[in-house]
Design a protein around this ligand. Sequence first.
Ligand code: SAM
Length: 226
Amino acid sequence: MTKLSKLQKFAAIKTYENVYSSKRHDSPFVINSKGQEVIIKDQWHKHFNNNNPIILEVACGKGHYARGLGKMHPNNNYVGVELKGNRIWTGANTALKNNENNVAFLRARIEFMEFYFGKEEISEIWITFPDPQLGKAKKRTTAPRFLDVYRNVLKKEKNLVHLKTDSTELYDYTLEVLEEQKVKILYTNDDIYAAPLDFPELDIKTFYEKMHLEDNRKIKYIRFTL
Ligand SMILES: C[S@@+](CC[C@H](N)C(=O)[O-])C[C@H]1O[C@@H](n2cnc3c(N)ncnc32)[C@H](O)[C@@H]1O
């Protein structure tokens, strides 16, 4: 198979039915596979053609969690949110080839998620191996301003947020923020593979997770509700 360049991947995802791209960071419009400007906020059920729960993977990279969970739970819908088009291409291309119709991707910045998801449109959020942003606490995807973004789109009742990380700093920081905000922490584990997994979903391994495991880093997990 010929390898596509980054530009070819950017062009390809524009034509994919399972990818929406934000037009500008401060606008609710996204571009669909026909090149039309549409509003997807509160309309994701129309994309999926059902009213099943919608779960996000944020900073999804190649979308391993979105796709892995999609296979594990066919009655849920998954949207991977990611900035980099070439990473989205990998997930979206594979999902299309395998008819994974309960998986879609949004090319956008997490900070602006409120433009693309309605209030209570989302049931769960997975944050998978985000950059720990050492030295830049405000940029961490579990910083208070990001938790507010998540609160705005999550269902008020029974929502779940999952953080999977190799970073001790991000793990400790997140627990501190959650405790400060009196958020209900449902589960923590600073070395999930030290014993049999408590949740089968944790067995899904992302591109970055595989690299961290090769470096013998311990994988940590926090589950909470906002
Ligand atoms: C360390 S990678 C992890 C990717 C993937 N979750 C994995 O585990 O393989 C972090 C990802 O976050 C994306 N990212 C960083 N800041 C972002 C933002 N503000 N909005 C959306 N994606 C972002 C990057 O482009 C990158 O793909």
